[in-house]
Design a protein around this ligand. Sequence first.
Ligand code: AKG
Length: 191
Amino acid sequence: MTIQARLPVGATYVPEFFGGEEAAWLAAALDAGSWDTTLKRRVQHFGYRYDYRARAVTGDAYLGPLPDWLSGVCGRLAGEGYFERLPDQVIANEYLPGQGISAHVDCVPCFADRIASLSLLSACEMVFRHSAGGERCSLMLEPGSLLVMEGAARYDWTHEIPARSADVVDGEKRPRGRRLSLTFRNVIRSL
Ligand SMILES: O=C(O)CCC(=O)C(=O)O
């Protein structure tokens, strides 16, 4: 697959948003929590539970305020202008080598325009496909990086992480390690 430098309009990639020590600290906070094993990959939901089967944030989905360690990250995201309102919903995903996430557009009626995903511990390739045109592009999400999606990138393109144990960058095979991500959103409607 060709890795294109040009991202979908509305996608912003911020390398080294988080340093290694901060990332290790966040990973430790996640591992001190309780991973949900219902899906192929483990997840943790904060603020509101997203119902994957109903594809909705249901009326009983409120889980309570975000933990302090996560509120701090939300404060930083808003403070640095990546969100106008503090995010109130976060999903942590764990990807072991060979695991990924299928192509999707984040629930449109559930979540506000801007979403942001923080990558921790290991890199992986994210692939974008234009929903109408079939155009495709991709980028490596390096540990510590932040990917912000809004507008066309949020609504007109799907994003996915192919389930594989290594990626190829400039002809070089890069084996994947354990990757954690935190995706920040604002809930706009619960059913
Ligand atoms: O792991 C990521 O960076 C993306 C996660 C994602 O797309 C999602 O939770 O909907």
